[in-house]
Design a protein around this ligand. Structure first.
Ligand code: FAD
Length: 430
């Protein structure tokens, strides 16, 4: 982090805390008769936490705050971009899930957390909590490219958005790809860790397929700090030689979104259109509430520091951290995969932790698992399933075992998996 960015962060934190908490804001909900759990973020992690809390601790008042009116699934969104999955499967009404399970859903953006008063702030008022589950996902670290240049950040967000957080960008990206008439499209891939590690390559495959099947004379260039996974290297070479170029070890040094150029360590690349993915970090609220991990020298890790076995924030057993926003789980493998399946399992574990504490019991140690389906070829179809499992070692460290299964003849297992997950936390019935 540069001095400028540090100063900016310190200034915004100071601006957030002092005047905001000084006034007595109106309450958004009447005081709870019992104890209340507030969940911020209605994605895979937050929705799972809400659903399981209702089942495990029906005596608790559960309130879910989400800024979007509905849930949109990023898993399967790449296939949806290419017209291979129906949007109906990906979008779900958050209120219907809340009604089915019996918790309160409020569409509201949380602007700040006051951990001392155990209160969340929204533009419409505040909500007090006994326990908080924070499941706000990620933010894009545009400052890594642009420092404090707000104009460049705004221009990039508006024109070269990457659609890696749920919301309007997905439909805008689909429209952009459908209207693309040809030319150089560049997609930057961030350094790890980032959401669903193979998803940018799957997206590239779908874009290559769109260009080829519609005879668009466009070329997608992937600027990637990582090497290209072998299965994608094979299919890009065999089937999309004219549509997709992959540049490995291409770390973005700077971006000029007005001149439409990207400088890497080796080259300057010009683009007509772009999907620009800067490095990823824990969502804004984790920064505002001072939940970010730090190394021995005080440098922020970028991710919200959790106690690895119980998922509460380091130093605060009233705040649980769930999903893609969390920090390293173990020095043996680093981060858990940032996947929807993992976020939902972490949401369930946080619910079990809170239910045990509310019932005056010692929480059990529970570990998550994750499965992730990725399409690696379309003609003929082939997919990859990545399974990760975890166990505790004698010294208390979490160990990961990972397995990859290639399916050369898939029959919609990814869609069945998604339907099963939606059945668990969105009350989805096919
Ligand atoms: C293109 C793509 C493909 C993917 N494919 C797969 C896949 O095949 N399989 C898989 O398992 N995973 C996949 N993933 C990853 C998966 O989507 C994420 O791991 C998952 O969404 C993480 O869940 P989460 O709850 O941590 O965050 P999110 O799902 O991002 O949910 C966070 C929620 O918090 C809300 N929020 C944020 N800030 C606030 C605030 N201040 N106030 C109120 N609400 C707020 C957001 O609106 C959002 O709804 C993919 C991701 C992408 C981008």
């Amino acid at each position: 982090m540069t001095f400028g960015r540090r100063r900016f962060l310190a200034a915004s934190l100071a601006a957030c805390s002092a005047p905001l908490f000084a006034q007595a804001p109106p309450a958004l909900l009447p005081a709870s008769k019992g104890r209340r759990v507030v969940i911020v973020g209605g994605g895979w992690g937050g929705l799972s936490a809400a659903r399981h809390l209702r089942a495990l601790a029906p005596e608790l008042d559960v309130v879910l705050l989400e800024k979007n009116p509905s849930f949109f699934s990023m898993p399967l969104s790449n296939k949806w971009l290419a017209g291979l999955v129906d949007e109906k499967l990906l979008t779900h009404d958050c209120r219907a899930a809340a009604n089915a399970y019996g918790y309160t859903f409020l569409q509201a953006e949380v602007t700040a957390l006051d951990r001392e008063r155990r209160r969340v702030h929204t533009a419409q008022g505040t909500v007090d909590y006994d326990w908080l589950v924070l499941a706000v996902g990620i933010r894009h670290d545009y400052a890594a490219w642009f420092g404090e240049d707000a104009r460049a950040i705004a221009h990039t967000r508006q024109n070269y958005f990457c659609a890696y957080t749920p919301g309007a960008e997905f439909r805008a990206l689909k429209a952009k790809l459908e209207n693309f008439k040809g030319g150089d499209l560049v997609m930057t891939i961030p350094p790890p860790p980032y959401r669903c590690q193979l998803s940018p390559y799957e997206r590239a495959l779908m874009i290559g397929h769109l260009f080829k099947s519609r005879a668009v004379s466009g070329r997608l260039t992937l600027l990637d700090p990582n090497p290209l996974p072998q299965r994608f290297a094979d299919v890009f070479r065999e089937q999309y030689r004219d549509q997709i170029a992959h540049v490995p070890h291409a770390r973005v040094k700077s971006v000029d979104p007005f001149a439409r150029t990207i400088a890497t360590e080796f080259d300057d690349i010009r683009f007509d259109e772009a999907i620009l993915m800067p490095p990823q970090q824990a969502g804004d609220l984790a920064w505002q509430a001072d939940l970010i991990g730090r190394d021995a020298g005080g440098k922020p890790s970028g991710w919200a520091a959790q106690e690895p076995l119980h998922l509460h924030a380091v130093g605060d057993e009233r705040v649980f951290l769930v999903g893609d926003m969390i920090d390293r789980a173990s020095p043996l493998f680093g981060h858990y995969p940032k996947s929807g399946h993992m976020a939902s399992r972490l949401g369930r574990i946080a619910a079990q932790e809170i239910a045990a504490r509310a019932g005056g019991k010692a929480p059990e140690t529970l570990l998550p698992e994750s499965s992730c389906f990725i399409t690696t070829r379309l003609e003929p179809q082939e997919s990859l399933r990545l399974d990760t499992h975890y166990r505790l070692r004698g010294d208390g460290l979490i160990v990961q075992s990972a397995k990859q299964n290639v399916d050369p003849n898939p029959r919609g297992e990814d869609v069945d998996w998604a339907k099963g997950m939606f059945g668990e936390f969105l009350a989805y019935r096919p």
